[in-house]
Write a protein that binds this ligand. Structure first.
Ligand code: MN
Length: 246
């Protein structure tokens, strides 16, 4: 297939202020959709579901996955009590995506995690997070970008030269955007930290052995239209997805 099917995880909300007030809604920002199209894939939105057979059917029918940005991951999933600075948690989405990461991994499907997506992949595979990096003494950079232009670059990141990520980006140091107050604390077993901000904050992890899996703390979907290295993340996911199709 020339245009591999790429599932994009979604957020959910309760509708307010219109005729369906109180009902649930599933959605994702259009930049993710546009980035997959731009990269040559076929984007499909993945609503969070809790039925194991349905999750399995989703994974079997798709060739690759983007775990999108969103709310904080439930700290109980990595053995911590909720910190006072923890943000909104969507338990349904966490439960669903944790299982999706595991099943996609078992079936050898490639995945790209973005912001919360990198965090849920890390937690699903046994790693942990900082619930609020702002409180850390070591965190000396503002990681919640305050640009008027949402597609602006914000801070630098240094990439591990021997990593898969460096091969994708073609650079060992670059500027990224930054819209997060949490970050990866301990990488999951089998994962390596492959990018850091100047203050040491983890900006990317990747799976060392197994299906192609990269998680970035920044938002390449906001940059893929104007930055070839950011588009390359989506293009590589699509290429890897194409490679898994028998
Ligand atoms: Mn950052």
């Amino acid at each position: 297939m020339n245009k591999p099917l790429i599932g994009i995880t979604c957020n959910t909300t309760i509708i307010e202020g219109e005729v369906f007030t109180g009902r649930g809604r599933t959605f994702v920002n259009s930049d993710y959709v546009a980035s997959i199209v731009r990269a040559g894939g076929t984007p499909l939105l993945l609503p969070p579901v809790l039925d194991e057979a349905v999750i399995k059917a989703q994974v079997e029918s798709l060739d690759g996955f983007v775990f999108s940005g969103g709310p904080d991951v439930d700290p109980l999933l990595y053995g911590e009590e909720p910190d006072s600075q923890l943000g909104v948690v969507n338990h349904e989405r966490d439960t669903y995506e944790k299982r999706l990461v595991q099943l996609a991994g078992e079936l050898g499907k490639p995945m790209l995690g973005i912001c919360r997506g990198a965090q849920i992949i890390n937690v699903a595979c046994g790693g942990s997070l900082y619930q609020d990096i702002v409180k850390l003494d070591a965190c000396t950079i503002k990681h919640m970008q305050s640009s008027v232009q949402r597609d602006a670059l914000w801070h630098s990141a240094v990439i591990e030269p021997a990593s898969k990520l460096a091969a994708v980006l073609g650079e060992h140091k670059l500027l990224v955007n930054s819209y997060h107050h949490q970050a990866i604390k301990t990488p999951a077993p089998g994962f390596a930290v492959v990018a850091r901000a100047q203050d040491g904050t983890v900006e990317a992890v990747e799976r060392e052995v197994g299906p192609w899996t990269i998680g970035v703390q920044w938002h390449p979907e906001l940059l893929s239209a104007n930055h070839a290295s950011m588009l390359a993340l989506f293009e590589t996911l699509v290429r890897e997805a194409r490679g898994t199709i028998a």
